[in-house]
Every structure is written in structure tokens, then in C-alpha cells.
Design a protein around this ligand. Structure first.
Ligand SMILES: [Ca+2]
Ligand SMILES: [Ca+2]
Length: 469
């Protein structure tokens, strides 16, 4: 074979994967913003009357706000690993915060979202928390801020415990009297704006992770001052709510732990204030990010812009705190997306979508080769028409073989021991009345059970000392 012929043959074989400078330019940039532990207490979702997020609202108004979006797992590491690989926790065996993603046989060689973009000619850079703190994935990025082994800058700390509860650990809240620039999220935003303005020849995938409102809720005093204690409204909680919850669900709720501690120490309002203050701080950083973005050359290239949170948060509902459950407060996340040429401004979509859908959606929108192993679905039809037909419920998994299926009307949960819950969101948005034992709902339960994952991979390798939340 002559050199020319061989070159031609290679070119033919490699053609689907080689991008010319022309089609590289055509691929849109992607700005992906991740927010940690943010539930629906943002004003555009109305989850709490005191919630105030003008910048997030403005971002959501640029495109489609998904009002019924849910995570793949209600805790950081499994949620983020599933989102970034497109593989469910029940397929990978990554169920907890102490299981390194790349030690799972299913994810060892998985092509992550940004690896796929890099293979298609993109430069992929990230900063702040995208993957779980203990397990950054250097293979997923060309560069990372602050580094490929440390995914976020350290935050300043007040005198602890700030809430006065002895032994509270990072379940703590109170002002930290430092200028905003000292906060890690502030530094991540500065870095991201720098990347948006950096000269380059490749399309850009820019991931920026904001850590607040993750615990501990230490943010500068002005954010606490926005929510005077006298005006704080507590979540609506039914004291006997767990009476109709099966044993595994009650175990997850740990009502005798955080909830008892908050009540005994008279800290409920202060905790709500701390979470709202942390959300307001995050929103201010998001505002700086969006302002920098709008002034940057990146915004002129019609990029895809998306924001997701990795799961929700309980502040006493079901007598439970934090995430770590299969109820609405834990599984529902914040998710908005703008895709130039596809979305129209100011749209809301109430279809049940999942963080599993993010990878296939970005592949679709940016014209990358499809990946058949991805377990979600492209949301392009809903981005184009938020009222389009959609027959996929969202499935969330917590530990092995505990799954919750959320359709537009129902939540059906089945635990590993066979315990069940069924809630009718039309009549009972707080999920107070478990209908699972009522014979008249037998058919509904059966229909929803069809969507329970049939693979329940054994637990992947656990590592000690990396179980930060
Ligand atoms: Ca989280
Ligand atoms: Ca109940």
C-alpha cells in the first residue's frame, strides 16, 4: 500500500471521529453550572416562601426550567458519578459517598461526559465541585481549578460550633465574618470568568461547581441579615408522618438524630435561616458568574447553558434532615437549560426528567456521536416543546435495591425488604399519606413497578476516610 493510499484508508476509518476545523467551530460551547445540595427553596420553584434567588430565576428565564426534575441518587458521590457517566447507581454499584467511581467494574473504563466531549475536539475545564470531593477524575478534564487532585478552594471558618450544639460536626450554621472574596465559591467564579475570556481555537466545555448551600452553612453576615429570624417560616411537618412509612424508610429518616437535636436545641428557625442564607450567597455568586459570562466572548458563541443541583434537602420534613432518603425533598433537584436554536425563553416543563438525561441531552444538542450505554434519554423534544409527550418517570436509588419511581402524578417506592410507599402528588404534595397498602391502588403500583431497575449491582469497593458528604 502506498503512503498516500494508507493515509486515505486511515482517513476513511477515522472519519467519524476526526473533526475538521470547520465543524469544530460549529459545535456549541457548553457552560455547565453545578450547585451542591440545593433543593426547591429557590424563588422560581417556590419551595419556601422566604427563598430568594433573583439570579437563578434570571438564568432559568433564559430557557426551560424543569419543575419536576429528580436525581439518580440522593447523595453527592452516586448522584454525580451517575450524571457524569450516564450509568445508573444500580448498574455501577456506586451507592455511597465512600465508593470511588473508577473502582466500579462498570465505570472503570466508562467514557465520562467530558471525556466524550474532549474526544470530539472540545477543551474541557472544570473548577469547584463537579465530582464528589474525595474522587476528582483527572481523566475527565484538560485542566482543573484549584487542581486535578483538589476540587475546591478551602472556605474560612467561624468559631465552632457556630450553632452552639455540642458535637454537631459540620451540621452547623452561623455567619463567618470575612469579605466575600475569601469564600471558595467566589474564587471558583473568578476562575470560571477567566476561562470564558481565554483565547482558544477549540469549542469549550466549562464546568463550574458551587459548593453552597452544602453544609456547614457559614456565609458572610449580610446573607444571614437577609432572613431575620422573626420572619422565618418553618417547613410544614406532620409529627406522626412516619407512622405509615415502612421500616426501611423510618431507618433512613433517623428521626431521633438530627431532628431531635435541632428541636431539643431550639435551632429549627436558625437552621432554616442558615440554609436560606447559604442559598442567597450561592445566588450572589451565580449572579457574578452570569454577569461575567454575558460580557465574555463565550456568550456570543451561542453556548448551551445548564445548571443542576445534585439532589434536594430535607429541613425537618418527614422528621428528617439532609438528603439520604427517597422522598420528594431529597430526590427533587433544580435543573434548567438553555439551548440556542432549540429552547425559547421563559418556559417551564413539568415532565419527570432525571439527571441521567443530562449526558445524552448534551451529546444530542452538540452533535456528538451517540453512546448506546447511556441510561437516560435526550431531553431535546422537551427543550423544543415543554408540553411534548413524555412517558419516562424519574427513578432514584438509595443504597442497593431501594428505588423510587416518580411519575407526574405518583411516587412509588420499593425498599430492598419489600416495604412500599405510594403517594398521590395531585392530592398530597407533602407525601403525608402512604397509599401503598390500599387495594384500590394495586394497578397503579404495578404500572409504576415496571420502571424499577432490574439490575441491582453489588456494592462497589468502599474506601475508608473519603466519606465526606
Ligand atoms: Ca450534594
Ligand atoms: Ca405519613
Amino acid at each position: 500500500m502506498s503512503t498516500t493510499t494508507r493515509r486515505q484508508a486511515l482517513a476513511t476509518v477515522a472519519a467519524p471521529f476526526v473533526l475538521t476545523s470547520q465543524n469544530r467551530r460549529e459545535r456549541p460551547d457548553v457552560l455547565m453550572i453545578a450547585v451542591d445540595d440545593l433543593n426547591d427553596w429557590v424563588s422560581c420553584l417556590g419551595g419556601h416562601p422566604n427563598g430568594r434567588t433573583p439570579n437563578l430565576d434570571r438564568l432559568a428565564s433564559r430557557g426551560v426550567l424543569f419543575t419536576n426534575a429528580h436525581c439518580a441518587a440522593p447523595l453527592c458521590n452516586p448522584s454525580r458519578a451517575a450524571l457524569m457517566t450516564g450509568i445508573r447507581p444500580s448498574t455501577s454499584g456506586i451507592y455511597t459517598n465512600s465508593q470511588p467511581m473508577r473502582k466500579s467494574p462498570a465505570l472503570k473504563n466508562a467514557v465520562s461526559l467530558t471525556q466524550h466531549f474532549m474526544a470530539s475536539g472540545y477543551r474541557a475545564v472544570g473548577g469547584g465541585k463537579i465530582y464528589h470531593g474525595g474522587y476528582p477524575d483527572a481523566a475527565s478534564w484538560n485542566e482543573y481549578f484549584p487542581s486535578q487532585t483538589k476540587n475546591k478552594p478551602d472556605d474560612p471558618l467561624p468559631k465552632r460550633p457556630a450553632n452552639g450544639i455540642a458535637g454537631t460536626g459540620h451540621f452547623d450554621w452561623g455567619p463567618v465574618n470575612v469579605p466575600g472574596e475569601r469564600m471558595g465559591d467566589h474564587q471558583v467564579v473568578d476562575w470560571a470568568i477567566g476561562e470564558m475570556n481565554r483565547p482558544r481555537t477549540q469549542p469549550l466545555f466549562l464546568g463550574a461547581g458551587l459548593f453552597r448551600p452544602h453544609l456547614p452553612w457559614y456565609v458572610p453576615p449580610k446573607y444571614f441579615d437577609m432572613f431575620p429570624l422573626g420572619k422565618i417560616e418553618l417547613p410544614r411537618v406532620k409529627d406522626d408522618d412516619l407512622d405509615d412509612v415502612p421500616a426501611q424508610g423510618r431507618k433512613f429518616a433517623k428521626a431521633g438524630g438530627d431532628h431531635k437535636s435541632v428541636i431539643d436545641n431550639k435551632q429549627w428557625k436558625q437552621a432554616v435561616q442558615g440554609y436560606l442564607a447559604s442559598i442567597a450567597f450561592m445566588d450572589a455568586q451565580l449572579g457574578r458568574l452570569m454577569e461575567g459570562f454575558e460580557k465574555s466572548p463565550m456568550s456570543k458563541r451561542n453556548p448551551v447553558v445548564l445548571l443542576w443541583s445534585d439532589h434536594g434537602w430535607h429541613l425537618g420534613e418527614k422528621l428528617h434532615w439532609r438528603k439520604f432518603s427517597l422522598w420528594e425533598e431529597s430526590t427533587r433537584n433544580v435543573f434548567t437549560m438553555t439551548a440556542p436554536g432549540v429552547t425559547k425563553p421563559g418556559q417551564r416543563c413539568g415532565r419527570t426528567v432525571s439527571t441521567m438525561d443530562i449526558y445524552p441531552t448534551l451529546v444530542d444538542l452538540c452533535g456528538l456521536p451517540k453512546r448506546p450505554e447511556l441510561e437516560g434519554a435526550s431531553l431535546r423534544p422537551l427543550l423544543a416543546n415543554p408540553g411534548a409527550a413524555w412517558d419516562r418517570p424519574a427513578v432514584c436509588t438509595y443504597f442497593r435495591n431501594n428505588h423510587s419511581v416518580r411519575s407526574e402524578r405518583w411516587r412509588y417506592t420499593r425498599y430492598q425488604d419489600g416495604g412500599e410507599e405510594l403517594y398521590d402528588h395531585h392530592a398530597d404534595p407533602m407525601e403525608w399519606e402512604n397509599l401503598a397498602k390500599r387495594p384500590e391502588y394495586h394497578t397503579i403500583r404495578q404500572e409504576l413497578a415496571r420502571f424499577l431497575p432490574t439490575v441491582n449491582a453489588p456494592d462497589s469497593v468502599q474506601e475508608r476516610g473519603s466519606g465526606e458528604e
